[in-house]
Design a protein around this ligand. Structure first.
Ligand code: AMP
Length: 191
């Protein structure tokens, strides 16, 4: 299955992704993780990415697309994948569609983890990651609203969007995710 998980920072994507990849036995493709690995290895690309990430801004599409294209071409992605944190902009979404189309593939479904912003702030204050200072966090939420939220409409128009209530404990949320997967499965074309 080819699935995308979309949600604002602090929505619980990490936890749900972990469970999903175990269940679906597909690779977990997190662009945030890929970027953090680049930053740790101290490459020029990594340093450039860090300057955007530290400020709560998105890294330019050109950097992300090269990275994702390479990863999606790997053999382990042939049977499916779970994309986490990508696409985050409309140009990224259409680039992904084109990339998959060239391989006669498409996304099976998009899961949106929906959490109100007051709850996101509460969770952020409780967990405190390096890029989670309140100012940077607010910028990350703002960039989600401005650049990523339009993707929900994009995928809804394609009939691929399932909005999941992200409130409650991880088990409850995962049960909702399961129901959405059944719907995706029913709709997926037979190959
Ligand atoms: P994440 O772990 O997905 O929250 O990503 C951490 C940071 O990496 C984000 O705040 C962005 O600065 C950057 N990033 C991750 N994925 C993308 C993407 N698809 N497009 C642009 N920037 C990204």
């Amino acid at each position: 299955m080819r699935i995308i998980l979309i949600g604002p920072p602090g929505a619980g994507k990490g936890t749900q992704c972990q469970r999903l990849v175990e269940q679906l036995k597909v690779p977990h493709l997190s662009t945030g993780e890929m970027l953090r690995a680049e930053v740790r290895s101290g490459t020029a690309e990594g340093l450039r990415a860090a300057s955007f990430m530290e400020q709560g801004h998105l890294v330019p599409d050109s950097m992300i697309l090269g990275m994702v294209t390479k990863r999606l071409e790997a053999a382990d992605c042939r049977a499916g994948f779970l994309l986490d944190g990508f696409p985050r902009t409309l140009p990224q979404a259409s680039a992904l569609d084109e990339l998959l189309e060239r391989r006669a593939m498409s996304v099976d479904g998009v899961l949106e983890l929906s959490v109100p912003s007051e709850e996101l702030v509460r969770r952020m204050l409780a967990r405190r990651r390096a890029d989670d200072n309140p100012e940077v966090f607010a910028k990350r939420i703002a960039s989600f609203e401005a650049q990523t939220a339009p993707l929900l409409h994009y995928y809804d128009q394609q009939g691929k969007l399932a909005t999941i209530d992200g409130l409650g404990d991880a088990d409850e949320v995962f049960a909702r995710v399961q129901r959405a997967l059944v719907r995706f499965g029913r709709r997926a074309p037979r190959t």
